[in-house]
Design a protein around this ligand. Structure first.
Ligand code: XMP
Length: 478
């Protein structure tokens, strides 16, 4: 990456401060751009879902990995639950979504509670042999008493798709039947999952992030307190593919000690550690065993660190400097926080990040762990909160005495309650991924790059005024 006219900026910059100019390009098509990463995560698209309670659970992990990214399960979750989640994710199908299932005698109320959990928006009714006998959508339930059995409202005119069917054929089958989705079945007619028309299309555009045994990959965070060595060992035994040693201030002695212990316990698993924003911080973490350094102090949508302390650094410059240092040491950097548009992802990659971590933006999707709520105007949203907020501290310290809890909550540096509205056009993480991937692929072709390494090498960046940024924002976002 270079700055226009090779002029180095006078100030540290964030994403809104910069723009890229097009270069002469020989790249023929956006689809010819390879977005796979080389930092050991296996990502075929450079997106990591943040280790935030309101963002990354098993549905986020499954869905994102199926499309080539990875989610990081937060460090606050009990180890046995995490192990259970890893095992569950590793049993998910690669080419279709997990089905929500109910028995015929379940109620419409049960169906309505479960349908918003998945973007395909349906429940498959199964018999005792796990064979699909009907499909129920929200429309089938409208105006019906909640205690009605689903067998009474399910459509039984089923189109099914056999596992292994080519995606184009599956798409055509759904199109001809005029169905949005179909249960996928094995040779014995047993339910394997659900495929939508857009799912079949996405299968042709994305490559799942899979381990050596062709199962979906998943990452898990570890804090720096307690017996991190045992935790790391048990997570590796449970099948975690990437470990993330995470604390708000990564450039500290306790992090270095924890990181060394985790490295010793997990010699063969990629380890990301952070957060830092300086060259010294990167060097320290790489020396202690990090393969990937996580960069960002205070850019996150739920962060109050900069307002509370004045500490942090504008994210574009932080990523640029830290990624350059990590690269010199033969390691990698993730850009963590502050992503609000696809352009921010493109700029983070141009600055040299190997992957980009996204939190709050993904909290407002069907796949995040929270329940779907509706505001007074009927608009759907999910709750989001920072991991250093009083709320997260309360959840994390539920075993402590009320006095200890109250004392720890004094040091909150995050927002406890915020609403992430579901984008009506893009309510699923897959929809957001479509737009991020489209933006990044296009940015790469503007730069004349056919992969992420070339993109970083060729990107030409300039500094803009606030008016320059506003000029580029479409009218609807003013
Ligand atoms: P976004 O902007 O994607 O950023 O939501 C995600 C990242 O924000 C960080 N994070 C926090 N930082 N107080 C902070 O100072 C918090 O309560 C908090 N919660 C999350 C974290 O690095 C995450 O990946």
């Amino acid at each position: 990456m270079r700055f226009i006219h090779d002029v180095q900026p006078e100030h540290d910059l964030t994403y809104a401060d910069v723009f890229m100019v097009p270069n002469k390009s020989a790249v023929k098509s956006r689809l010819a751009v390879d977005l796979s990463t080389s930092d050991g995560t296996g990502n075929t698209v450079p997106i990591v879902a943040a280790n935030m309670t309101a963002v990354s659970g098993r549905r986020m992990a499954e869905t994102l990995a199926r499309r080539g990214g990875i989610a990081v399960i937060p460090q606050d979750i009990p180890l046995d639950v995490v192990a259970e989640n890893i095992s569950w994710v590793k049993q998910r199908p690669l080419e279709c979504d997990t089905a929500i299932t109910l028995r015929p005698s379940s109620t419409v109320g049960d169906a309505l509670a479960l349908i918003p959990k998945r973007s395909h928006g349906a429940v498959v009714v199964i018999d005792e042999e796990n064979r699909p006998v009907g499909v129920v959508t929200e429309a089938d339930c409208s105006g019906v008493d909640r205690f009605t059995q689903v067998s009474e409202v399910a459509s039984t005119d089923l189109t099914t798709i056999e596992a292994g069917t080519k995606d184009e054929e599956a798409f055509d089958t759904l199109d001809t039947a005029n169905h949005r989705l179909a249960p996928v079945i094995d040779a014995n007619g047993r339910l394997q999952g659900v495929l939508t028309r857009s799912g079949a299309l996405r299968n042709t555009l994305y490559t799942p992030n899979t381990d050596a045994a062709n199962r979906l990959r998943i990452a898990v965070a570890i804090g720096i307190n307690g017996d991190v060595e045992t935790k790391a060992r048990r997570l590796v035994e449970a099948g975690a593919d990437v470990l993330v040693v995470d604390t708000a201030h990564g450039h500290q002695d306790r992090m270095v000690e924890a990181l060394k212990l985790v490295r010793g316990a997990a010699p063969n698993v990629p380890i990301a550690a952070g957060n830092v924003v300086t060259t010294d911080g990167v060097r320290e973490l790489v020396k202690a065993g990090a393969d990937i350094v996580k960069v960002g102090v205070g850019p996150g949508a739920m962060c109050t660190t900069r307002m509370m302390t004045g500490v942090g650094r504008p994210q574009f410059s932080a990523v640029m400097e830290c990624a350059a240092t990590a690269r010199k040491l033969g390691k990698h950097a993730w850009a963590d926080g502050g992503i609000r548009h696809p352009r921010d992802v493109a700029l983070a990659l141009a600055a040299g990040a190997s992957n980009v971590m996204v939190g709050s933006w993904l909290a407002g999707t069907y796949e995040s762990p929270g329940d779907l709520n509706h505001d007074a105007d009927g608009k759907p949203y999910k709750e989001n909160f920072g991991m250093a907020s009083a709320r997260a501290v309360r959840l994390r310290t539920s075993g402590d005495t009320p006095y200890e809890q109250a004392r720890k909550a004094l040091f909150e540096e995050g927002i406890s309650t915020s609403r992430m509205y579901l984008d009506r056009q893009r309510p699923s993480v897959e929809d957001l991924l479509d737009s991020i991937v489209a933006g990044v692929r296009s940015a790469a072709t503007y730069a004349g790059a056919s992969n992420l390494e070339e993109f970083h090498e060729r990107a030409t960046v300039g500094v803009q005024s606030a008016a320059g940024f506003t000029e580029g924002a479409p009218l609807s976002t003013w």
